[in-house]
Design a protein around this ligand. Structure first.
Ligand code: SF4
Length: 292
C-alpha cells in the first residue's frame, strides 16, 4: 500500500508500525529498507512503536494487580507475575504490543493534526475492515497481489514469505505446526530461543494454561517430533541410496538409460529416470505428519 501511495503522489506525513520485539531478523531489515525509501522520497522516517518493557517482560515479569486475578492465581498456585504464553482466551500480546500502541498514537494524530488513517488491509481480508481508509480494498488489490507488487519493486523480505505462510512473531503459539517445523529448519537460532522461553514458562507456570505453548505440544515435544522426522527421512534416503547402489552394481557397464526397472504394478522406468527421481526427492523432501 505504502509503495503505491508514494507512486501516486498521495500525501504521507507519518508511517507507523508496531514492533513486538519478536519479529524475524528479515523483517527488521525490511523496515530499514522502508525507512530509507521514506526518507529519500518524503524526508520522513518510519515510526516504530514499542512497549517500554517488551514481550518477555509481559510474559514472565509483569506484576498482576487485579484482586480477582490475584485470588484466582493464588487458588491455582500460579505465580502472581507474568502473563505466560498467550492463549485463545487471554491474547494479551496483540493488545498490549500492537493494537493499544497504534490506536493511542493514531488517536493523538487524529486529534492534534486532523490526520486521516490509511490501513494496509487487502481486498481479500474483509473481516479486518473497520472505519478507517483502506486503499488496497478501494483498488481491489488482494494480499497475494500486494506481495507481488512489493517483489516487483525489489522488496522481498529476503525470501521470508517464500518460507512462511505468516511472518509475525516467530514465537507465536498460534502458528501452525508446519510453520514451527520450518522455524527449526530455517531459523535454528530463533528455535533455540523458543525452546528456552518454553522451558522458562513451564518452570514458572507449570502445565497450567499459562505454561502451555500449545494445548497438546510443548516446544520440547515438538523438538523430539521434528528430530524423529529428520532421522526417519535420513534413513529412508540412505535405504534408497543403498538400493540404487545395488542396482547400479548389478548392471555395471550398462548405460542407465538401457536398464528398465519394473516393480509390482508401478509403471516401468529406466535406471536413469530412477536416479533423477532420487536426486529430486533429496532436494525437495516430502512433508510428514499433520500440520496442526
Ligand atoms: S503474532 Fe502471535 S504472539 Fe505475536 S502478537 Fe500476534 S498473536 Fe501475539
Amino acid at each position: 500500500m505504502l509503495l503505491l501511495m508514494l507512486e501516486a503522489g498521495m500525501p504521507i506525513d507519518c508511517v507507523i508500525t508496531a514492533d513486538t520485539g519478536m519479529e524475524f531478523p528479515e523483517m527488521y531489515r525490511h523496515w530499514d529498507q522502508i525507512d530509507q525509501l521514506l526518507y529519500q522520497e518524503r524526508g520522513i522516517h518510519l515510526t516504530v512503536l514499542r512497549h517500554p518493557k517488551g514481550f518477555e517482560w509481559l510474559m514472565f515479569d509483569q506484576p498482576k494487580e487485579k484482586p480477582r486475578t490475584l485470588a484466582t492465581r493464588e487458588a491455582l498456585g500460579v505465580p502472581l507475575y507474568g502473563n505466560g504464553w498467550p492463549g485463545i482466551r487471554v491474547r494479551w500480546c496483540t493488545g498490549q504490543l500492537k493494537t493499544h500502541l497504534i490506536t493511542k498514537e493514531v488517536n493523538r494524530l487524529k486529534k492534534e493534526k486532523n490526520a486521516l488513517h490509511y490501513v494496509g488491509i487487502a481486498a481479500d481480508e474483509p473481516a479486518r475492515i473497520k472505519d478507517d481508509i483502506y486503499p488496497l480494498v478501494e483498488w481491489g488489490i488482494t494480499e497475494a497481489q500486494a506481495l507481488q507488487i512489493c517483489y516487483d519493486r525489489g522488496f522481498d523480505w529476503n525470501g521470508l514469505y517464500e518460507i512462511y505462510h505468516r511472518c509475525s512473531c516467530w514465537c507465536c503459539p498460534f502458528q501452525r505446526i508446519d510453520e514451527l517445523r520450518k522455524l527449526r529448519r530455517h531459523h535454528p537460532e530463533l528455535w533455540k530461543r523458543l525452546r528456552e522461553m518454553d522451558e522458562r514458562a513451564l518452570g514458572q507456570f507449570g502445565t497450567s494454561a499459562l505454561g502451555r505453548f500449545k494445548d497438546n505440544w510443548s516446544v520440547e515435544q515438538l523438538e523430539q517430533r521434528f528430530s524423529a522426522e529428520d532421522t526417519a527421512r535420513k534413513e529412508e534416503y540412505q535405504m534408497e541410496k543403498d538400493k540404487s547402489g545395488e542396482i547400479r552394481d548389478l548392471f555395471k557397464g550398462v548405460p542407465p538409460k538401457n536398464v528398465i526397472i519394473a516393480v509390482d504394478d508401478l509403471p516401468p522406468k529406466t535406471l536413469e529416470q530412477h536416479i533423477q527421481e532420487q536426486r529430486k526427492a533429496q532436494k525437495h523432501p516430502k512433508k510428514r505428519g499433520k500440520t496442526r
